[in-house]
Design a protein around this ligand. Structure first.
Ligand code: ZN
Length: 232
């Protein structure tokens, strides 16, 4: 593996990124910009204002989120989205609660610039604060119609985007809002190396890393590797 690919994989470089402009500026992998722009245009044709809530996140940002949750400075949520009391939990219980909604720094698909959290700006008021919750994206939620439309688009044989977190496999919560640009993401998925990643994690300032080490095989296969279902 060339060193630059490893740096992209673990969120240590922004060299492969380009900005996406719409109001706020987000960064995506340079090879994702064109398929994303195409998808936005298609969505607009049918009345959806497809927007990014979160795109590239580097290691430093993920480290801030992760260590903040482990220390109780940021909320840790249960499977239903209710806050947990981090101080009263065992380290293992806390670790697996955090893994449901957050990636270990260095292990996030958002490091690659290939993955986007999306919403429909046409469905909400301009000052609406996007939460990225299941309730927003299903049933009567404001973004349910966008996602129902995306269901059909992502099922097309020529689909470029897919949802890596569709089904709940007892690991990461199903995230309907999280799209991944398959041809580019596949390049990085292939580089995920169980042994090299844990060696690297152990050399970083990452909270709970001793517990991550103990459970690494399970964590790697349940939370880091993604075997996508169909988008049905
Ligand atoms: Zn996401």
């Amino acid at each position: 593996m060339i060193e630059e690919d490893w740096r992209v994989l673990t969120g240590q470089t922004s060299a492969a990124l380009v900005p996406v402009e719409h109001g706020e500026s987000f960064l995506v992998h340079k090879d994702v910009l064109s398929p994303w722009t195409d998808l936005v245009a298609r969505a607009l044709d049918v009345g959806f204002s497809l927007r990014i809530a979160s795109a590239w996140r580097g290691f430093d940002r993920q480290q801030l989120i992760w260590n903040g949750k482990a220390s109780g400075q940021r909320p840790v949520l249960d499977a239903c989205g209710n806050p947990l009391d981090a101080c009263s939990m065992s380290e293992d219980a806390l670790l697996f609660a955090m893994l449901r909604w957050s990636a270990i720094p260095g292990c996030s698909r958002h490091h690659w610039g290939t993955d986007l959290d999306v919403f429909d700006a046409a469905a909400v008021a301009q000052d609406y604060s996007v939460q990225l919750t299941t309730a927003e994206c299903t049933d009567c939620g404001p973004f349910a119609a966008l996602h129902d439309w995306l269901d059909a688009v992502l099922r097309e044989e020529s689909a470029v985007f897919f949802r890596p977190y569709t089904a709940d496999r007892g690991g990461i919560a199903p995230e309907r809002w999280h799209l991944s640009c398959r041809p580019v993401a596949e390049r990085y998925e292939k580089l995920l190396d169980e042994a090299r990643l844990i060696d690297w994690i152990m050399a970083q300032d990452i909270a709970l890393k001793d517990r991550i080490y103990v459970h690494w095989h399970d964590i790697f296969h349940r939370y880091v590797l993604v075997t996508p279902d169909s988008n049905a």
